[in-house]
Design a protein around this ligand. Structure first.
Ligand SMILES: C[S@@+](CC[C@H](N)C(=O)[O-])C[C@H]1O[C@@H](n2cnc3c(N)ncnc32)[C@H](O)[C@@H]1O
Length: 266
């Protein structure tokens, strides 16, 4: 049996009781923290709460060589992920591989950043379009700095449809956790290169450390927000589309947006 368990958003206490029970009954526990991670805890603290050793898997172990899956044929194996295990991950691939090996699978859900964003900002989940991810820039073979333009295009398309965009920010072992500030600067760089005006005058909402005692949620225009200090990671960004008047009110009251923010609210 392979049990996928979402650990929630911030520390070891965000796991569900169902998830905790499953780990305590497991023969083997694996985790990956490259898609998301719990910044308010450590592997040691998790192991102490669970009373179990947790083996950490790399992206290669999960995506290229998931040989460890076959252990679930005759053992109770748990696979842990930050947030919800199937939200903005490719872990359905693991589930399908396991099913092909004749291994029974089940999911134990965790709180996800995808729903926490709506809760914290007041932006309604059904008014979001396609999500985007901003990766760190990389060097091409010729030594030039390359910035992905895909997130810019997704935001632009969503704005044309009046929809909000959830923008996941890169987690990289070497380059670190991307901040809201860097993300906005990268989007502005793409904008300048193209000579367009989609992002510079736009509104944005940055969120840091969702699930912690004191998450930071700040809405403002991009030009102001790019210098705002959000503190420690993890960070996530939203570029709001057309606002319902309740959403506009929530951004002013709950996210410190300037009064009259995005006046065109319906
Ligand atoms: C690829 S997504 C994976 C989402 C995860 N499976 C979930 O359901 O929450 C990870 C990204 O979401 C954002 N994120 C995740 N947890 C967060 C948190 N607690 N606070 C702020 N941003 C968070 C960060 O931008 C991070 O790089």
């Amino acid at each position: 049996m392979l049990t996928f368990i979402g650990l929630g958003l911030f520390d070891e206490y965000d796991i569900s009781l169902k998830g905790l029970e499953a780990i305590r009954e497991a023969d083997l526990v694996y985790a990956e923290f490259y898609t998301s991670c719990l910044m308010g805890t450590s592997l040691e603290r998790m192991e102490k709460l669970y009373g179990k050793k947790v083996f950490l898997l790399s992206r290669e172990d999960v995506e290229q060589h998931p040989d460890w899956l076959s252990e679930a044929r005759n053992k109770k194996l748990c696979f842990l992920t930050g947030g919800d295990t199937m939200v903005s991950t490719t872990h359905v691939d693991l589930r399908l591989r396991a099913e092909k090996l004749g291994i029974e699978t089940r999911l134990i859900h965790g709180a996800s950043i995808a729903s926490a964003v709506s809760g914290l900002t007041g932006l309604q989940n059904y008014r979001f379009g396609r999500s985007a991810s901003i990766p760190h820039p990389y060097e091409s073979g010729r030594g030039t700095r390359v910035i992905s333009e895909t997130p810019y295009d997704i935001i632009k398309q969503n704005l044309e449809l009046g929809l909000h965009t959830l923008v996941f920010l890169d987690i990289d072992q070497e380059k670190g956790y991307m901040t809201v500030n860097t993300a906005l600067e990268l989007l502005l760089e793409v904008e300048e290169k193209r000579g367009e005006g989609v992002i510079s005058g736009a509104a944005a909402v940055g969120i840091a450390r969702a699930g912690s005692e004191k998450p930071v949620v700040k809405a403002d225009y991009v030009e102001n927000l790019k210098d705002f200090d959000f503190g420690k990671p993890l960070h996530i960004l939203v570029i709001p589309g057309k606002l319902h008047f309740l959403e506009a009110e929530a951004l002013v009251k709950l996210a410190g947006a300037p009064i009259g923010f995005m006046k065109e609210a319906e």
